[in-house]
Design a protein around this ligand. Sequence first.
Ligand SMILES: [Zn+2]
Length: 662
Amino acid sequence: MSKTTVDILLTEGWLVTMDSQMKIFPRGGVAIAGDRIVAVGPSEEIEDTYQATVTIECQDCIISPGLINAHTHAPMTLLRGLADDLRLDVWLYGYMMPVEREFVDRNFCYIGAQLACAEMIRSGVTTFCDMYYNEAEVARATAEAGMRAVLAQTILKFPSPDATNYDESLDYCRNFIEEWLDHPLIIPAVGPHAPYTATPDMLKSCVTLATEFDVPIHIHIAETALEQQGSLDLYNTTVVPWLDDHNLFDAKVIAAHCVHLGENEMRTLQQYQTGVAHCPSSNLKLASGAAQVQKMVDLGLHVGIGTDGPASNNDLDMFEETRLASFLQKGIFNDPTLLPAKDTWALTTIEGARALHIDHLTGSIEAGKRADITVISANNIHQLPRFTRDPEAVYAQLVYATKATDVRDVIVDGKLLMRDRRLTTLDEPKILEQARTIAERIDAFLIAREGNILSKLLAISVDFIPQETFEIQVKVSLPELIDIQELLIAAELKPFRGSTREQFDTYFLFEDMEAGRLRFREDQVKTEQGELQDTFYRMTLMGPTIEKEFENTIVLSRARYTASASHSLRFYREYFKPMAEREVLKHRRRCHIVYKDTDFAINLDQLMGSADNDYYLEIKSRTWSAKDAVRKSELIGELLDIFGVKSRSQFKIEYVDLVQES
Ligand SMILES: [Zn+2]
């Protein structure tokens, strides 16, 4: 009987099919023709039936479906090791987003994705699911590398490195989908980043786009407890019901993380056949928590395993991730029987494919599917000895003892991407050189930024538009509390817009006094009856004192920046790492007056907590020109006279601010 000729034969390997019966062939073989698997079985049978142009001898090797990285941000390989051991908000808003705004362009995404593909192929990954910017560049790099991928274009409610608003991102995404929809390896997708970075309208447009082309939506869901709390505060419901209300699940959804889900939320995801991407390293490193993976699996959810971006992992090693996924369930939920090796290997292969909605293409070794196969050497010192009593011991071998460096050959879509650990589609030295060049530029940028508090502040102030404002301010130390109303009425000035406030100021002091100091202010505005009416948070950078003599001897200092503070005091503390802090609590009565057609704010402050109470009178006004500032400072001098303090020496004049105001 003549043999059928195919393209590739894998022979004599320890074959783990991950098919519906979880068949294992201790001496198995696979025949591959074109992009597909045509036969799977005992090696002898396969060799009797088929002959091939390329025969790959797999003795002492495990033949497995390729690993599936269910969630990553591939180009972030270029940000690996840039900022670590930080809280999620400091890491994201303080480092990742500012650097991305500055550096992420098409070239960055292309080179970063190439680097990621090289790393993933080396660790046996054949398919990955990505979410990033300029996703068409990621697609180009991935297709050239020969890998399979679900690639989601990121869409955010605020400006991103590749778009000034989400409408632009949606337009980009539509073009991206149209361009790549029929590609044999690339599945384009829509990537609204997360519920907390989306608006209802934005989500609606994402769902419309995804369902129009029947492509997946990739999104982060319930990564942190804070996210759930934020959703409860804002919408009075948890994240999954909120997304459900906005019809997200009309699309095929791939949800990354799902760390903090209630059982009802899991059931909702199961009902909609939402795929889950569990990212144990990232969740541990950022202390987000541990997802209840065993529970989700028991409820029938399709859970895959992902590395998350290499800036929060910091590698794309799916062997490490798979092992950790199993250990994490056992350790956190106090039960060594949870997520056994066999089930865990399923998550990394066939369940990963189901989570990505592509199990009709990949995830198992069976006739008819695309040939996405990894051949893993099983004869290295850390994998030996080997026992035959339990055939399923192969899963423990794979999950607990095998390293990414044991991967020998990788085939995707019937093409060899790695043979004997040599990559066939990527020029590693060239990629590394280009990556180093980009890294050097990022390094220089951050070194400059970290040396300057103002630029560090501006880096986290996305919506901040600097505007030069002069704040004329005189501050007078008073020997005792005065009745401001009486004072003003006696001076025939009518006070208006009166308010009472408690101001909690935290000053960040730095070693280099020239660098200035930062003030975080919590301003609680009270009603006449003393009830809390409103709370404002502001951040102000006071520059080093620049003394300038004006006619009335007012001293100028400089507040270089002031804007409403969108982050917590804790965030700023961790981001700026001040050398010391000083807290000032102030009770403030404020009103406004008009003097010579000019509006002045009058503050009567009582410093709390000091041994003897300190009282201050503050008069201030704001203007946008230096000339006007001089005029107003003269008016302030007149007001001081009118207030009846005859001798100027009673006044301690502190500063006038030059303010950049949002
Ligand atoms: Zn992510």
